[in-house]
Design a protein around this ligand. Structure first.
Ligand SMILES: *[C@@H]1O[C@H](CO)[C@@H](O)[C@H](O)[C@H]1NC(C)=O
Ligand SMILES: *[C@@H]1O[C@H](CO)[C@@H](O)[C@H](O)[C@H]1NC(C)=O
Ligand SMILES: *[C@@H]1O[C@H](CO)[C@@H](O)[C@H](O)[C@H]1NC(C)=O
Ligand SMILES: *[C@@H]1O[C@H](CO)[C@@H](O)[C@H](O)[C@H]1NC(C)=O
Length: 250
């Protein structure tokens, strides 16, 4: 998606900001939350860097971790939580010089769909890791209600499911990424009542990247970054599963 599209969203968000219905309804009105992945109902967007910075080996590591984590979640698109259906929806956004929506929620109904979608992701020939654009595109995945994108949909049955953006990042380049902390602090777009950021750093040597990821996972209540992980951790799969389940208790 072109950057200009992103700015359009920001402008729309600004001009519609005052008349927007509240996006956050208390989750307590819904069925009880779970700490058991097999009963999880959450919308997950995977943001996967497929630039040269990522490299094939790191991309494969990320794919393996994702397949392992989501083997524990009940993947599917039946989002009728009010009838007690517990499903986890997964969408995929890949990014290099710009972002692409690789899989809408509706494209992934089971583990095979997820695994096939991941298999299709290849390293591009670009050296930009435009995470900024990927974050905008991820909003479009979440806002795609029944096939049409409605900015701030009010009538989607799935409107208030918890959302997690799981970011696999390998570079801070280009510099537009320095604006990510300011972007995600716009509550009207990135509603912290329902949205959890989870990051997986694939390039700890990039201090700018590490700093950006620490900022977007910063929790002001406990005054530390919560879900900022590193691919090098030998507990990365467990850490991701745990972080996804914590999203319920926001
Ligand atoms: C998770 O839920 C499943 C199905 O409801 C159940 O079989 C399993 O024992 C539960 N696991 C834990 C750790 O509670
Ligand atoms: C990215 O690639 C372009 C050429 O395609 C090159 O000019 C530029 O220096 C590269 N930048 C980085 C940070 O690797
Ligand atoms: C919304 O999702 C549907 C599939 O559910 C897809 O066909 C459509 O292209 C998406 N719209 C946008 C603007 O991404
Ligand atoms: C997460 O962020 C905190 C700072 O808030 C930092 O101390 C910690 O090293 C970071 N963890 C990783 C894996 O980057």
């Amino acid at each position: 998606m072109k950057l200009i599209f992103g700015f359009l969203v920001l402008i729309l968000a600004k001009s519609y900001g005052r008349t927007l219905p509240s996006l956050s309804k208390p989750l307590s009105a819904e069925p009880p939350c779970s700490s058991n992945a097999s009963a999880a109902w959450v919308d997950v967007v995977l943001l996967i860097d497929n630039s040269i910075n990522m490299g094939a080996s790191n991309l494969n590591k990320a794919k393996t971790v994702i397949n392992s984590v989501f083997s524990k979640f009940p993947l599917g698109n039946n989002d009728n939580i009010k009838q007690g259906v517990h499903n986890t929806r997964v969408g995929i956004v890949t990014y290099n010089y710009e972002a692409s929506i690789t899989a809408q929620f509706t494209a992934i109904n089971n583990r095979n769909d997820l695994s096939r979608a991941l298999d299709g992701i290849q390293i591009s020939n670009r050296n930009e890791s435009n995470l900024y654009d990927a974050l905008i595109s991820s909003l479009y995945v979440v806002w795609n209600c029944s096939g049409t994108v409605q900015i701030f949909p009010d009538n989607c049955p799935n409107d208030f499911r918890p959302v997690a953006f799981v970011i696999f990042a390998a570079s801070s380049y280009p510099s537009i990424n320095n604006e990510i902390p300011a972007l995600v602090s716009q509550e009207v777009l990135f509603d912290s009542d329902i949205l959890t950021f989870i990051t997986v750093n694939l390039n700890n040597a990039d201090h700018t990247l590490t700093s950006i990821l620490n900022k977007i996972t910063y929790n002001s209540i406990i005054q530390t970054s919560m879900y900022n992980f590193s691919i090098d951790s030998n507990t990365i799969s467990d850490d991701l599963e745990w972080a996804l389940l914590q999203g319920f208790f926001k």
